[in-house]
Write a protein that binds this ligand. Structure first.
Ligand code: PEP
Length: 257
């Protein structure tokens, strides 16, 4: 059984003061929901504050990026050991980082290894652009992002990852993938590639989220798909009804279990 995981990617939103108000407003409701992992991913600046605010709860915290080196002359970067003091998870290879900041599969691979070396849990994002989708390249894109990102990782390391399938055309657009479409990519292409690279038990062990315009009104459909183990949520994770979204996800997951 894979434990579902719901993560909120706040992106570049919320000051420390705003994050404090928001977390105070959702933490009790979020903490009461059982049987799913709940992760808040604020900007670096709010990690410590959010970590303190949820320290007496089961809610976990994640960063949205990091560098692969441990220290040195890398102005503006954050090392894995620095994050280890502040959070449990780190999102790596988000499509916005790939599109705007030149992240490559090789860089994502280095970051995954560096995160694992510090005991951080990576949430590794993959997904095709709209042009790639239209050209029928989804399988090729997702498979090559995984092959590059997972290079030289052991089966045990891969089994412990969280992978987020996020079609770029669905992120922040309100145009979510269909649960059947996302489930097929996850089941056939993501688990399929991991099965080819490793083995079927590794492919069945790894948790795979769907991300892209998930909201309270559509999360149940995604959670009903047997290959989808949760969601990476952007815009809807900044609203108070993120609690409702996670509650619905947990209820659907417990009905299926
Ligand atoms: C994301 O940024 O990872 C994301 C899925 O965003 P949204 O939910 O807003 O589409």
């Amino acid at each position: 059984m894979r434990r579902p995981i719901l993560a909120g990617n706040w992106k570049m939103n919320l000051t420390i003061a705003e994050a404090t108000d928001f977390v105070r407003s959702i933490r009790r409701g979020l903490n009461e929901i059982k049987d799913v992992d709940r992760v808040l991913c604020p900007p670096y600046t709010a990690l410590a504050t959010v970590g303190e605010l949820v320290s007496a709860t089961e809610i976990e915290v994640g960063a949205q990026n990091m560098y692969w080196e441990e220290k040195g002359a890398y102005t503006g970067e954050i090392a894995p050991s620095m994050l280890k003091e502040l959070c449990q998870y780190v999102i790596l290879g988000h499509s916005e980082r790939r599109a705007y900041f030149g992240e490559t599969d090789e860089g994502v691979n280095r970051k995954i290894k560096a995160a694992l070396a510090q005991g951080l849990k990576p949430i590794v994002c993959v997904g095709e652009t709209e042009d790639q989708y239209d050209a029928g390249e989804t399988e090729a894109v997702v498979s090559s992002q995984l092959r590059g990102g997972l290079t030289d990782l052991s089966a045990a390391q891969v089994a412990g990852l969280v992978i987020a399938y996020e079609p770029v055309w669905a992120i922040g657009t309100g145009k979510a993938a269909t649960p059947a479409g996302a489930g097929a990519v996850i089941g056939m292409h993501i688990r399929g590639t991991i099965s080819e690279l490793y083995d079927e038990s590794t492919a069945q062990a790894v948790r795979v989220q769907y991300g892209g315009s998930v909201k309270p009104s559509n999360v149940a459909e995604f959670m009903s798909h047997p290959d989808i183990d949760g969601a990476l949520v952007g815009g809807a994770s900044l609203k108070p009804d993120f609690v409702e979204l996670v509650r619905i996800a947990s209820e659907v997951a417990s009905q299926i279990a």
